[in-house]
Design a protein around this ligand. Structure first.
Ligand SMILES: Cc1cc2nc3c(=O)[nH]c(=O)nc-3n(C[C@H](O)[C@H](O)[C@H](O)COP(=O)(O)OP(=O)(O)OC[C@H]3O[C@@H](n4cnc5c(N)ncnc54)[C@H](O)[C@@H]3O)c2cc1C
Length: 218
């Protein structure tokens, strides 16, 4: 069982800007839960690939899914080691030089080998978990057995992982603070727009509140 602290390994100890490392499992969970997508790095046929894909965290595992024809997923399901990153960008940091330009962010890196989910009942629960994570409150019909059979789910244990957070704003050399140029932070966030009905929507179905009020993040 994993504790509340992320114990750094030789691979996950943050060396560059170690003051930005956060070895707190709850902080990692919050980043993973806010993210809609991750990037999964895996070697396929001798060459690296990075797969952007939806991610859901349940307990101490991160789950991804897709078609069995997805080559990256198939390699992962066959045991290829993965490196997964999740990135949330909080601000553009506009410094007074090219070197002073930056971003404030929260990011996670996970090293793990995948475990394939085979039980159809668990796969069905994962379908529900992905829906609830991506669009909380959304109601869908039950998945068909052939849809479940045609979907590959894998999970990664969150045992070897790191969190790095930059939350510093502008950090310029002292002499640059005298320059007559604007410098500061431009906060960024993911905001939902006005929902648009499906063009084939049955007459009389109102836009639900969860769609009108969708929000993600802090
Ligand atoms: C939005 C964003 C933009 C960035 N832009 C740049 C850029 O332009 N140039 C640049 O050099 N760097 C950038 N970084 C930082 C970059 O991700 C690396 O942290 C940094 O380059 C150090 O790499 P390294 O391999 O020397 O890290 P090391 O400190 O040697 O890495 C050791 C271990 O620390 C952990 N680690 C390292 N980086 C991260 C991370 N970001 N998140 C979680 N764990 C981590 C991993 O477990 C890794 O194996 C950016 C990060 C983010 C999130």
């Amino acid at each position: 069982m994993t504790g509340s602290t992320l114990s750094p390994t030789e691979r996950t100890r943050v060396r560059l800007h170690p003051e930005r490392a956060v070895y707190d499992r709850e902080v990692m969970y919050r980043i993973l839960d806010e993210a809609l997508v991750c990037h999964v790095g895996v070697v396929v046929d001798g060459a690296p690939r990075v797969l952007p894909t939806a991610i859901v965290r349940i307990g101490d595992f991160a789950y991804i899914h897709g078609s069995p024809a997805n080559q990256s997923l198939a390699a992962l399901a066959a045991g290829a080691p993965a490196c997964i990153t999740v990135t949330l960008i909080d601000s553009i940091v506009a410094g007074r030089s090219g070197f002073g330009m930056s971003m404030d962010y929260r990011s996670v890196m996970i090293f793990a080998a995948a475990e394939k989910i085979v039980d159809p009942g668990e796969k069905e629960r994962l379908v529900a978990a992905f829906i609830e994570d991506i669009c909380p409150g959304h109601q869908v019909r039950a998945p068909k057995p052939k849809e479940i059979a045609a979907t590959l789910f894998v999970r990664f244990p969150l045992t070897e992982a790191s969190v790095k957070i930059r939350n510093q704003g502008v950090v310029d050399p002292e002499e640059d603070y005298r320059l007559d140029t604007w410098s500061g932070v431009i906060p960024l966030q993911l905001t939902a727009g006005e929902p648009r009905n499906c063009s084939a929507l049955k007459h009389g179905i109102a836009v639900p509140d969860y769609a009108k009020n969708y929000r993600r993040g802090r």
